[in-house]
Design a protein around this ligand. Structure first.
Ligand SMILES: Cc1cc2nc3c(=O)[nH]c(=O)nc-3n(C[C@H](O)[C@H](O)[C@H](O)COP(=O)(O)OP(=O)(O)OC[C@H]3O[C@@H](n4cnc5c(N)ncnc54)[C@H](O)[C@@H]3O)c2cc1C
Ligand code: SF4
Length: 520
């Protein structure tokens, strides 16, 4: 059995003025923590959740694993209210990467310039080529398994370090169903290991055992969640990770500079002195913290332009045994719909096969498709012959989609966030297009009893990065326009959603933000 190195955890005192406090240890926080620690800075991560031990605490049991999801209530509003809870974000050292499926495609360069191409949405103030070197670095560091050369997008400077993972049942069926339509498919880039992998200062990580429970936490360390990659790396270089520390506020001096971060630990209020803050709590908790503290919001942009990817899923039942909970769930991809022809929407989408665990599937069938009682029991009898595909499409920012604080309080006594979301014409039209294609693919693959589930995925936007202080919260380097020692690094700063799955780009942005901070 290969082992991760274990470095003793450094401890700072609350009265040490550390160089930086990083709030949140997910895709946006952990890379910042590692970069700053490696540069020799005194850094502490404050993380609301636990520091889990995957080999002893991650069960092959979905109900038990609900502990890795953010369960404090979030209120939903708008014409297409979003489901939170399990389809939401994570809690624990590693954040949402503990439960992500680990699909890690790069966006394509035109994704960042959608307004220039279509006159809709917004251009990013930075582009693909500002992030390219970080994509190269991350794919190597995380040990991404994927095809080389990659069939879509610009020619790359580097190859994936590992061969693609084996295709699960749904991926094989999707491959078969795409052939008659000449839709090109490929094994996906996935941040799970197709071979044991050694990383300096971390040690060996194990090969993926095809257990299929990526969305319930990987017990083997094969999936590159932050807790088995950037976090041990940061700890090796002297970072302290203070788990079960829920940040609620900030202290500022007369000049408006943050001097301390306030947090709850073991029922007590604590206070950590610091010179800089990196807020990396995700696209809901980051704006919630800013709104609660009336911080960095004099232009009223905190919480605005909430986005969620168009994520329609299509399920079918097959003659063959699929066993959808087995094998790597993030298996097959097609980017042929990146810019589909003769359509009435801006942007495009990716098609991806899905693996699914039984409780998740039953819950979706009950909630989204209304199966209940005997009907649900009968549906579940077909579980082992079921396969799914989903689309992952661009969502345009819109001022009517936003997060605000409600007057209701959660168990912590803090205002619950309320998220307003309504699909625009672009999202509705894209969802319809994707639904049609996915149904055809499943029919061609031999599916019966096809079920479509309308769905949006991920939490994006709310603290937009901009080159203009009027319509953004942070500048192009992730620095707050208003509070000179506050930086934001997470899914909240995306000005547009991009059509690629977000985690790789969140990490690339995090490394860029940390590097530019260190240069200064
Ligand atoms: C089921 C599922 C599957 C997914 N699969 C994929 C995939 O295949 N590929 C992909 O690219 N993306 C995927 N995603 C999305 C991806 O996981 C997220 O977009 C990404 O991890 C978000 O990163 P983040 O840094 O913005 O936030 P997070 O990773 O959520 O990190 C935020 C952290 O901040 C902590 N925190 C929040 N508030 C506080 C506070 N007040 N005090 C202290 N700590 C706090 C949280 O506990 C958390 O650890 C998936 C998401 C879901 C729900
Ligand atoms: S399929 Fe692989 S990466 Fe996913 S949980 Fe199982 S071992 Fe981990």
């Amino acid at each position: 059995m290969k082992k991760l190195f274990i470095t003793p955890l450094k401890k700072y005192s609350n009265s040490d003025i550390v160089d930086a406090v990083v709030i949140g240890t997910g895709a946006g926080g952990a890379p910042v923590l590692a970069r700053l620690a490696k540069a020799g800075l005194k850094v502490i991560a404050l993380e609301a959740g636990k520091f889990f031990n995957p080999s002893t605490e991650f069960a092959t049991d979905e109900r038990e694993q609900e502990k890795i999801f953010w369960q404090l209530e979030r209120l939903s509003a708008g014409k297409n209210p979003l489901a939170f809870g399990k389809n939401n974000s994570g809690i624990g050292v590693g954040g949402s990467t503990i439960h992500y499926t680990a699909y890690t495609p790069r966006p394509q360069p035109d994704d960042f310039k959608i307004y220039s191409e279509f006159g809709k949405g917004t251009n990013w103030p930075i582009g693909y080529y500002d992030l390219e070197k970080y994509y190269d670095e991350l794919e190597m560091f995380l040990g991404i398994s994927g095809p080389s050369p990659y069939p879509w997008g610009p020619v790359r400077k580097s190859h994936y370090p590992l061969q693609p993972l084996p295709l699960n049942g749904a991926a094989q069926l999707m491959q078969r169903g795409c052939v008659p339509f000449n839709i090109k498919t490929s094994p996906a880039a996935n941040a799970a290991l197709s071979k044991a992998y050694y990383q300096e200062h971390i040690g060996w990580r194990n090969i993926c055992t095809n257990r299929g429970f990526c969305q319930a936490g990987c017990s083997t360390g094969a999936k590159a969640s932050m807790d088995v990659t950037f976090i041990p790396y940061a700890i090796h270089f002297g970072a302290e990770v203070r788990a079960e520390s829920f940040v609620t506020g900030f202290e500022k001096n007369k000049a408006g500079i943050i001097t301390a971060v306030l947090y709850q630990q073991n029922g007590k209020e604590e206070r950590q002195l610091c010179s800089h803050v990196f807020l990396c709590a995700g696209a809901i908790e980051t704006p919630r913290l800013l709104l609660m503290n009336n911080l960095s919001n004099s232009n009223g942009m905190v919480g605005k332009n909430f986005m969620a990817h168009v994520g329609v899923q299509v399920w079918g039942e097959f003659e063959e045994m699929v066993r959808p909970n087995k094998g790597i769930p993030g298996g097959l991809i097609s980017e042929d719909m990146h810019r589909p022809k003769n359509v009435d929407f801006a942007g495009g989408y990716i098609l991806q096969s899905i693996g699914v665990m039984p409780v998740t599937y039953a819950t979706q069938m009950a909630r989204s498709s209304g199966f209940w009682g005997d009907a649900l029991r009968n549906k579940m009898k077909g579980f082992n012959q079921t396969a799914g595909i989903n689309m992952h499409g661009e969502c345009l920012p819109d001022k009517h989609n936003f997060l605000e604080l409600s007057s209701e309080k959660d168990e912590m006594g803090l205002p619950k966030p309320r998220i307003h979301f309504t699909n625009g014409e672009n999202e509705s039209s894209m969802a319809k297009h994707g639904e049609g294609i996915m149904k055809q693919i499943w029919q061609a693959a031999g599916a019966k009893n096809i079920i479509v589930q309308q769905r949006m995925a991920h939490t994006i936007g709310t603290c937009r990065m901009s080159d203009n202080p009027i319509d953004g919260v942070v500048d192009i380097n992730g620095k707050s326009f208003e509070v000179s020692n506050l930086y934001i690094s997470d899914n909240s700063i995306f000005p547009g959603s991009l059509s690629a799955n977000p985690a790789l780009t969140i990490m690339a942005m995090a490394l860029r933000i940390a590097d530019i901070f260190l240069e200064k």
